[in-house]
Design a protein around this ligand. Structure first.
Ligand code: PLP
Length: 231
């Protein structure tokens, strides 16, 4: 039962907050519902979850249309510039901005709609070839450039840590990105805040919370394993 999965995740989130001396309200649990059917999302919605994460534009838009309007949708997957127009104004937060050109396109679409779009800069903290995201070394410069765009607001950083058997192996990465966010915050760049740190997935969200995550993105732990063949 999804309800039991969620309860288990909620308990573990609370325990991680307790260990770190943090308040539960400091951490938003995002239910990552990619590949999962509407009925399953509804089940989790009925348990009072209002933050959902998706990684594909088409699927995200379909689900936005079918689900209740008070949901905060999070775009967490790699975003192509030609698809930006479909999600600007539809999502609460875009987690996966890793280039100036992408931010520029978000800015153009936001201007058209006369809105300000909150985004996170995705950092590839472990330098994994297979992953998107800007390197830690280039992050500050990218933040400074994007900060000039009028209709985009940087709210923090996002990272996808490596897949590991032992979550402890990612602690150092989470700590590194927290340090980076503190460094950026200290620069007091206009229009930039570092209030959000989106890190931690099913395998490592507890460690991420201990290291300062304010948003954790949990898919498998809530909805069960994904089957990419079926759909
Ligand atoms: C799929 C995905 C998640 C959730 O992964 P789980 O291991 O199933 O919790 C989190 N973040 C991103 C960016 C994802 O694509």
């Amino acid at each position: 039962m999804l309800k039991d999965n969620l309860k288990n995740v909620e308990e573990r989130v609370q325990e991680a907050c307790d260990r770190a001396g943090r308040k539960r309200e400091e951490v938003t649990l995002i239910a990552v519902s990619k590949t999962k059917p509407i009925e399953m999302l509804q089940e989790i919605y009925d348990e009072n979850i209002r933050d959902f994460g998706e990684n594909k534009v088409q699927e995200l838009c379909d689900k936005i249309e079918k689900m209740p309007k008070d949901i905060k949708w999070h775009m967490i997957g790699h975003l192509q510039r030609n698809k930006v127009k479909y999600i600007v104004g539809q999502v609460a937060l875009i987690h996966s901005v890793d280039s100036y050109r992408l931010a520029e396109e978000i800015n153009i679409q936001a201007k058209k709609k006369n809105i300000i779009v909150p985004i996170l800069v995705e950092v590839n903290i472990a330098h994994e070839e297979s992953k998107f995201g800007i390197s830690e070394e280039d992050a500050i410069q990218l933040v400074e450039e994007i900060a000039e765009l009028e209709n985009v607001r940087i709210k923090g950083l996002m990272t996808i840590a490596p897949y590991v058997e032992n979550a402890e192996d990612n602690r150092l990465y989470f700590r590194k990105i927290k340090d980076l966010s503190v460094d950026i915050a200290a620069k007091n760049i206009d229009n930039v805040s570092m209030e959000i740190l989106s890190m931690g997935m099913t395998g490592d969200y507890e460690v991420a919370i201990e290291e300062g995550a304010t948003m954790v993105r949990v898919g498998t732990g809530i909805f069960g394993a994904r089957n990419y063949n079926k759909q």
